[in-house]
Design a protein around this ligand. Structure first.
Ligand code: TYD
Ligand code: MG
Length: 450
């Protein structure tokens, strides 16, 4: 007979060990290891195999097409990210850092849906009804939303099943606790159990459930990552804590694509949709300025026009400084090295600062060329024309490489009144308003500054 080994699972992080310990090796929490029966002991799996019944195999053509109906939320940017709206009976996870605006977004959504005649329940385990009322006064005029302040999972499910709701919002998943599982509130076992039960309830009752989850520092609470695999749609609300811009991205969607990005601005009256963000960052574009260049970045399927700024200044210490905001500092060091090697510039005794205006973070390689242009502009003290857009990755040999969806970027630039576009490739956009100049190597840029 096989020896059945004991197994201990940490209730906080899910780590498994074969020995009991006071402290979990993985998350460092005390007294969280609990004994559990091992999943696959030989004798257990053999006996369950002999008693199991075969499952039902179906041909796809015989499966009935019962795609649940999808309804619009009334918030265009949210619908875009959801792939056309909320699907009946789906489980949506809305994650993000604390304070980023998840509750605000959820409350606004509840208001929009209530206005559209849907029946919504807003369950909050974090705030009192008074707090929700106060917040609601900021974001909406009507006060028709139904609110439940509760953290007990069984009570919440009983309440949901006793009414006929179209959508239930749960703020937040980390405050839920069930009588049926042990473990700390917000720990892995509570979180997984609650999600599992909610998933089954959502499918059976046809209620769309939106779970709000805080992204947390490891340790205290289990984060939304723990339940991502169980839910249908995963959305993340991101942005700079003290900036006003918020981006809503989907990293998983069983009912649509994940390419789209929703853009919002946090104002005094809640989140305001920014359906056309391309011009947002260029509001302050005035005269040609030394050390500034413009680029067209793709966010999902949207084009954002961003201003890149550089400041080159002689170092007062022996070691020159390289500082960035919104751009990778290692990438900047690489670009500086390539410029030094290929052009007649000496940056070894110069501090170089690079900033992306508007607090935006650029991760696309397409920003290499505009960064190089901004640096050269500041170095030579000569402004670039303010009707110029640049997009291109710079290789180690100084060659400029192409970027994806060039036509889309050129078209958007043209729409916003730009007249020249620097990039490595040919564009098929035929327009008399914007001319595309092919830059093969950064050596081609030298003439701009003579
Ligand atoms: P909140 O939705 O509570 O964040 P989360 O649920 O993700 O933790 O939003 C918190 C921040 O948003 C708070 O610092 C104040 C700000 N805020 C506004 O700027 N305008 C508003 O209308 C509202 C409701 C909040
Ligand atoms: Mg909140």
């Amino acid at each position: 007979m096989a020896i059945v080994k004991k197994q201990y699972i940490c209730e906080n992080c899910g780590n498994k060990t074969s020995r009991w310990q006071g402290k979990c090796d993985s998350c460092g929490e005390w007294n969280t290891l609990k004994e559990s029966s091992p999943m696959f002991s030989d004798s257990a799996s053999m006996s369950s195999l002999s008693s199991a019944q075969p499952g039902k195999i179906q041909r796809l053509s015989e499966v009935k097409n019962t795609l649940k109906s999808r309804f619009r939320t009334g918030m265009g940017e949210l619908d875009l990210v959801l792939g056309g709206g909320l699907v009946e009976g789906s489980l949506v996870l809305l994650g993000g850092d604390p304070g980023i605006g998840k509750s605000t977004l959820a409350l606004q959504l509840a208001n929009h849906l209530t206005d559209a005649g849907k029946s919504i329940l807003y369950v909050s385990g974090e705030e009192s009804a008074q707090q929700i009322k106060l917040r609601n006064q900021r974001v909406a005029e009507a006060e028709d939303i139904l609110v439940l302040t509760e953290t007990n999972l069984e009570t919440i499910i009983a309440t949901i099943l006793s009414g006929s709701f179209d959508v239930v919002i749960l703020d937040s998943i980390q405050t839920l606790n069930s009588n049926n599982v042990n473990g700390v509130v917000g720990g892995v076992s509570q979180l997984s159990y609650a999600t599992n039960v909610l998933m089954r309830m959502a499918k059976q009752a046809g209620v769309a459930v939106i779970l709000i989850g805080h992204v947390t520092k490891e340790g205290m609470l289990a984060g939304p990552k723990t339940i991502e695999h169980m839910v249908d749609v995963v959305l993340y609300l991101e942005g700079e804590r003290f900036g006003s811009l918020r981006m809503l991205r989907s990293s998983k969607n069983r009912f649509g694509s994940v390419g789209e990005v929703g853009v919002f601005e946090m104002r005094d009256s809640g989140l305001v949709e920014v359906p056309n963000p391309s011009a947002l960052f260029l509001e302050h574009r005035q005269q040609p300025t030394v050390g500034s260049s413009t680029t067209a970045i793709l966010e999902g399927n949207k084009v954002l026009m961003l201003e890149v700024q550089a400041l080159v200044n002689s170092s007062s210490f022996g070691y020159p400084k390289r500082t960035t905001s919104g751009f990778d500092v290692n990438r900047l060091q690489l670009i500086i090295a390539i410029l030094q090697k290929n052009l007649k510039v000496n940056l070894s005794n110069q501090d170089v600062y690079v900033n992306v205006a508007g607090g935006f973070k650029i991760e696309e390689r397409a920003a290499d060329l505009p960064v190089a242009l901004a640096i050269l502009s500041s170095y030579y003290g000569k402004a670039m024309p303010n009707n110029l857009v640049a997009c291109g990755e710079i290789g180690l040999l100084g060659e400029v490489r192409g970027v994806t969806q060039i036509d889309k970027r050129v078209k958007e630039s043209e729409k916003l009144g730009f007249e020249e576009f620097y990039t490595a490739m040919k564009s098929s956009v035929k327009s008399s308003k914007i001319s595309v100049r092919q830059i093969k190597s950064i050596k081609d840029l030298e003439n701009n500054f003579k």
